[in-house]
Design a binder for this molecule. Structure first.
Ligand code: CA
Length: 235
């Protein structure tokens, strides 16, 4: 029932795949809307309000990365990229361009639905609402501060340009300052995945991007520390 109003934009040019996905998503209680090329996908993403976008990379007219770029100029809707093969470069490029997650073909419908739910649950608007409800507290570690109510992180007074996941990760670690978490823990706490769905590479990529924005010398971090064999923490 809770999925009934959740609208999903499905950008997939292979009609047979799109039909099967739409059928299964409808069966799971979502409302899918299909686009069959990149231009149509981008137009819909910018004119209709969706809860999440499922975006294939190999698309006619405009590829998935270009579509994502276009979406991110105007919208923070969660985006799951669909990669045709298990290609690290695709994954990393997708995350760097502001995708929230990726899934590799072939995937099971159950895995897809679990990821859609996790990403909707973690979506930015819901976090803002939660933070506002919690009173918009500011957490500080030396020169580093994060304002949960306003969704803003600063270092030495300067606002950091963080993606949603980088912000989520930083917030979680700052809420638990000094305590190390394994990549698997972070995948479950920050991304909302059960470990069987997880790819710990996602955590590593996000940590390394966060360090580049946060640290004066990312190879010698002052804040986001690796505890060898254990995980990551903020000190
Ligand atoms: Ca395709």
């Amino acid at each position: 029932m809770e999925n009934q109003q959740k609208k999903i934009l499905l950008v997939e040019d292979e009609k047979s795949i799109s039909d099967i996905l739409a059928f299964n998503l409808r069966k799971a209680g979502f409302t899918p809307d299909c686009a069959y090329d990149g231009e149509e996908g981008l137009r819909k993403a910018l004119t209709v309000t969706y809860d999440i976008v499922l975006l294939d990379i190999m698309l006619p007219k405009l590829d998935g990365f270009k579509v994502l770029e276009g979406i991110r100029t105007r919208s923070d809707v969660p985006v799951i990229m669909v990669t045709a093969r298990d290609d690290e470069k695709d994954k990393i490029a997708g995350l760097e361009n502001g995708a929230d997650d990726y899934i590799t073909k072939p995937f099971s419908v159950n895995e897809l639905i679990a990821r859609i739910r996790a990403n909707i649950r973690r979506s930015r608007d819901e976090i803002i609402q939660t933070a506002a409800a919690e009173g918009g507290e500011v957490l500080t570690v030396r020169g580093l501060s994060i304002d949960r109510g306003r969704y803003v992180a600063r270092r030495d007074g300067e606002e950091l340009e963080l993606s949603k996941k980088e912000y989520d990760l930083l917030l979680f670690l700052m809420e638990n300052v000094g305590k190390p978490f394994s990549r698997e823990d972070l995948l479950s706490k920050v991304w909302g995945y059960d470990s069987f769905l997880g790819d710990v590479n996602t955590v590593e990529v996000t940590v390394s991007r966060l360090r580049k924005k946060l640290e004066k010398d990312p190879s010698n971090p002052e804040y986001l520390i690796t505890k060898r064999g254990v995980g990551y923490y903020i000190q």
